[in-house]
Design a protein around this ligand. Structure first.
Ligand code: BGC
Length: 419
C-alpha cells in the first residue's frame, strides 16, 4: 500500500470511529426571552444538551417578560432574510409565520419519535400548519396561580385566599400590617395576566372562552364584563405605587423577601423560588388564583423552526426538536422553569408539589371544561386581538378614574376592530 493510500485508509478508519454527531455538527441559533434566574437555568439545560451532541449553541436572548421585545427583534431579523434556526413563538402566531412561508416541516422528527402519541391533541394542533409540525412544544405553564409568602400571611393572621372576597379581606389585614398585599409590575402583559385571572374567576371558563377565544360580542359587551373590570380595579388597588415598569421577577423577589405578601403570576415565578433554593409548602405557597380553583389557564412555550439552507445546521435544528421532546429534557427543563412537561406519559414523582398539583389540574380541567387558553400569553387569540386587549386593560390600570362600563365598551370596540 502506498503511503497515500495508507493515510487515506487511516482517515477512513478514524472517521468511522467518530460519533456521527461529531461529523455532522451544526450550529443552532435560538431566539428566546428567558433571562430571569429560573428561566436562564432552564435555557442553559437545553444549551448543554445540544452541546453534548456536538452542536454549537448561538444564544439569541432578548430580555423582556412576555416576549414582546423578542417578537419585534425576530420580525426585523426575518424580514432581512436572516432568521434564527429556532424562535420561541407561541399559539396562533406559529400559523402566521408558517403562512408567510418562513417555517420548515418537522414531520420526519415527529413521525420517528411518535409525537402524535405524546402531545395532547389540543397542543399538537397549535404546533401544526396544514397538518405538518412546524413547531415543537416545550412545556405547559399554568398562568392562574397565586404565589404567597407564608410568614407574611401568618404574621397578619390571614389564610391563603380562595375567593376574591377572601383576597380583599386578606389584603386589608396585610396592608394594616404594613406589607404590600400584591406584588406586581406595571407592564401591559402583567396587567393582562392579572386581568385574565380575575376574568376567569368572575365569568367562569365557558364565558371566558366565549369572550376571549370565540370573541362573542354579547359576552364581551356585557354586565358580566363590567363586573370583571370592577373586580380587577379592586384587586389592583392593593398594588404599591412604584409598580410602573417593574419586571415580573422583581415582583417575585418582593414576595421572596417578605416585602409583599402575594403575586398573581404564571408558574415561571416558581422558577425564581426554585433558583433561590426555596421549597414549596414551606418557604412559599402556590395556590390557584382566587376564585379559579380547579381551573387551568394554559400557556405553552414552543419553538418554531425556520427554513435553513445549510445541511449541518438543519441537522442541528432537527436534533434540537427531537431533544426537546425527550423525557430527560422535559424533566430537567421543567423543574427549573416552573412548568410541567408537555408529554402526558411522564412520571411526576420527582417534581415538586406545585408541579404535581398543576399536572393533576391540567388533566382534570381537560375533562371537566375548566381548561382555557391564556390570552395574556398568546394561546387564545391572534396577536392583533391580544394587543388591543392589552391596550384597554393597561389604560384602565393607569387611569385615575376607573370606569368599568366605559372600559367594557372600549374592550368591545377594540376587539371588534382587530377581527
Ligand atoms: C412565557 C414564559 C416566560 C414568561 C415571562 C411567558 O409568556 O411563556 O416562558 O417565562 O412569559 O417572561
Amino acid at each position: 500500500m502506498t503511503m497515500f493510500k495508507k493515510t487515506l485508509a487511516a482517515a477512513a478508519v478514524s472517521a468511522a470511529l467518530l460519533p456521527a454527531q461529531a461529523i455532522q455538527a451544526g450550529e443552532v441559533e435560538v431566539l428566546h426571552w428567558w433571562t430571569a434566574g429560573g428561566e436562564a437555568r432552564a435555557a442553559a439545560a437545553l444549551k448543554e444538551m445540544m452541546e453534548e451532541q456536538g452542536h454549537t449553541w448561538k444564544d439569541f436572548a432578548v430580555a423582556g417578560g412576555g416576549g414582546e421585545a423578542a417578537m419585534t427583534v425576530l420580525k426585523t431579523r426575518a424580514v432581512s432574510g436572516n432568521p434564527p434556526a429556532a424562535a420561541q413563538i407561541k399559539g396562533l402566531d406559529i400559523r402566521e409565520w408558517a403562512k408567510l412561508g418562513f417555517l420548515t416541516s418537522l414531520d420526519d422528527v415527529a413521525e420517528a419519535n411518535q409525537w402524535d402519541q405524546l402531545i395532547p391533541p389540543v397542543i399538537a394542533d397549535v404546533m401544526q400548519y396544514e397538518d405538518s409540525y412546524v413547531a415543537v412544544p416545550v412545556n405547559v405553564h399554568r398562568v392562574n396561580w397565586l404565589w404567597a409568602n407564608p410568614e407574611v400571611l401568618e404574621s397578619a393572621g390571614v389564610a391563603v385566599p380562595k375567593t376574591l372576597e377572601e383576597f380583599y379581606a386578606a389584603a386589608e389585614k396585610l396592608e394594616a400590617d404594613g406589607v404590600i398585599p400584591l406584588a406586581h409590575g406595571g407592564q401591559p402583559w402583567q396587567d393582562a395576566t392579572v386581568f385574565e385571572a380575575v376574568a376567569l374567576a368572575v365569568m367562569g371558563p365557558e364565558d371566558f372562552a366565549s369572550a376571549f377565544v370565540e370573541h362573542d360580542m354579547d359576552v364581551i359587551n356585557s354586565a358580566r364584563m363590567e363586573e370583571v373590570f370592577a373586580e380587577f380595579a379592586k384587586v389592583m388597588s392593593y398594588v404599591d405605587d412604584d409598580a410602573a415598569g417593574r419586571d415580573w421577577n422583581t415582583a417575585t423577589g418582593m414576595v421572596i423577601r417578605g416585602e409583599a405578601a402575594m403575586q398573581i403570576m404564571g408558574d415561571w415565578a416558581k422558577g425564581e423560588f426554585t433558583a433561590a433554593g426555596l421549597t414549596p409548602g414551606e418557604d412559599y405557597i402556590c395556590a390557584p388564583a382566587p376564585g379559579t380553583g380547579g381551573q387551568f389557564t394554559f400557556n405553552v412555550d414552543s419553538f418554531a423552526m425556520f427554513s435553513l439552507s445549510d445541511d449541518d445546521n438543519t441537522k442541528a435544528q432537527k436534533d434540537l426538536a427531537r431533544t426537546i421532546m425527550e423525557p430527560e429534557f422535559q424533566t430537567v427543563f421543567n423543574k427549573a422553569k416552573g412548568s410541567i412537561p408537555v408529554r402526558t406519559d411522564m412520571d411526576m414523582s420527582g417534581f415538586d408539589a406545585c408541579a404535581q398539583a398543576s399536572m393533576d389540574t391540567f388533566k382534570s380541567s381537560a375533562d371537566d371544561g375548566g381548561l382555557v387558553p391564556s390570552f395574556a400569553h398568546g394561546l387564545a387569540t391572534t396577536s392583533y386581538v391580544q394587543g388591543q386587549i392589552f391596550d384597554v386593560v393597561t389604560n384602565f390600570v393607569n387611569s385615575d378614574n376607573k370606569d368599568p362600563a366605559r372600559a367594557t365598551d372600549q374592550l368591545a370596540a377594540a376587539i371588534q376592530a382587530a377581527l
